[in-house]
Design a protein around this ligand. Structure first.
Ligand SMILES: Cc1cc2nc3c(=O)[nH]c(=O)nc-3n(C[C@H](O)[C@H](O)[C@H](O)COP(=O)(O)OP(=O)(O)OC[C@H]3O[C@@H](n4cnc5c(N)ncnc54)[C@H](O)[C@@H]3O)c2cc1C
Length: 381
């Protein structure tokens, strides 16, 4: 039998059991697999990470020889979505703790005059900068939750939609969004956990309050199941150009249709305009990559992360417009249900006025190319 290639094309997948089976299928001798060391880590201490030794162990081939990486990617695609949920969930739990603290902690006076005149100071939730951190997390969490549910629907549709065209469409769009959900959600999950820690001031740094654990635990999600930089390369190098850009075309056409459906609803106009601008940034950045990355791959690598964040913002903006539309409908149908839907519209407006404009920055970064990034000699670092 020829040797396997000394590359990823030579990787095979094995099951290595702890105990070997006897011929009669009863449990036999201990296999030679062993745990060499349990790593000491920054966080996720409830989850052991080990060095495993397989010297002389018996393994059983899973699937075809040399096709292990392809098999692993089936697991990896599901795992990437799972890690995206982890990032989003860490942002949510950190936000809930920070919001509770911000309502309780008394410090300073409101810029607009006392809100708690009888008390020695105001609850810090009156301060705009504390609001900034809370609203950033809240607007991300709710948008990301909607996008994750939308993504889960696409996973199902890719399997069971009625026609092959619908299954292909769902497979295309979830393929495009998988690296974005993994990397954008976990970058933001960590950022929001850090900002939630900041809301607690000194208490945020003290173990007893639990916030530093959220920060430590969130950090791994940007690294495992493929570092986020690799997710960005997957998006720009594989998912975008696949089938002549079909996935992005399909998905952006759905956004354009959603934008058209907002016309005539004054409560949605500012949101729709903000999303249209963000979509224009995405389309311009895509065109720039098409023109400038083929001949110079470093241009794709240099802008990949900015492009991934740009696409993540547009994806959340799309979900926010859909949610705002649903909130308007619900408010019209049942004016008694005001709090939930009114708060939804306020948060939608915040997302569109404060977070979505970042697409212009990301577009500028993509269009700046690799020149200045690659100019320094490696020895100069
Ligand atoms: C707690 C923990 C649990 C883990 N669990 C598992 C597990 O269960 N199963 C498993 O198989 N693995 C597991 N891993 C490994 C994990 O998936 C990898 O550490 C991770 O994918 C990053 O790979 P790496 O460490 O080789 O980093 P490297 O590939 O060395 O990357 C280092 C840095 O360089 C960047 N980089 C590397 N190559 C490129 C490139 N071509 N272009 C641009 N940038 C690049 C990366 O983005 C990253 O920022 C675990 C790791 C940890 C810390």
């Amino acid at each position: 039998m020829p040797a396997s290639p000394d590359r990823v094309q030579g990787i095979s997948l094995f099951i290595v059991p702890k105990f070997l089976l006897r011929a009669d299928n009863t449990i036999g001798e201990r296999n030679a697999v062993s745990c060499g060391n349990i790593e000491k880590k920054m966080g996720i201490h409830g989850n052991a990470t080990c060095v495993m030794n397989y010297d002389g162990a018996t393994g059983y081939l899973v699937g075809e020889r040399d096709k292990g990486l392809r098999a692993m990617f089936i697991m990896m695609n599901a795992a990437r979505l799972g890690v995206g949920v982890q990032g989003m969930a860490q942002s949510e739990v950190a936000y809930q703790n920070a919001a509770q603290y911000a309502r309780d902690r008394l410090q300073g006076r409101a810029l607009t005059g006392p809100k708690n005149a009888a008390g020695p100071a105001e609850p810090i939730i009156v301060h705009p900068d504390v609001r900034r951190m809370l609203m950033n997390a809240r607007a991300f969490n709710e948008g990301a939750r909607a996008l994750m549910l939308w993504g889960a629907l696409q996973v199902d549709l890719a399997q069971v939609a009625a026609s092959p065209e619908e299954r292909q469409r769902a497979d295309d769009v979830i393929g495009l969004l998988t690296p974005v959900i993994k990397a954008y959600f976990t970058d933001k999950g960590y950022e929001n956990a850090t900002n939630a820690q900041q809301c607690l001031g000194g208490h945020g740094y003290v173990q007893e309050w639990g916030m530093e654990q959220f920060v430590r635990d969130a950090r791994i999600t940007m690294i495992y199941e493929g570092a986020n930089g690799i997710q960005a390369l997957d998006l720009v190098g594989r998912k975008l150009p696949a089938n002549g850009g079909r996935a992005l075309r399909t998905w952006t056409a759905e956004i354009v249709a959603a934008l058209a459906a907002t016309s005539g609803e004054p409560r949605l106009q500012a949101l729709a305009e903000a999303l249209s601008r963000a979509l224009a940034d995405l389309q311009a950045a895509t065109q720039w990559l098409v023109r400038n990355a083929m001949g110079r791959p470093d241009n794709a690598g240099a802008g990949a992360m900015a492009y991934l964040h740009l696409l993540g913002l547009v994806a959340l903006g799309y979900q926010w417009v859909l949610m705002a539309q649903a909130a308007c409908r619900a408010l019209d149908e049942d004016p008694a249900e005001t709090d939930f839907y009114t708060n939804k519209l306020i948060t939608a407006r915040y997302f569109c006025s404060h977070l979505l404009p970042e697409t212009a920055l990301h577009r500028a970064r993509v269009e700046a190319g690799c020149e200045d990034m690659m100019a320094l000699d490696a020895a100069a670092f």
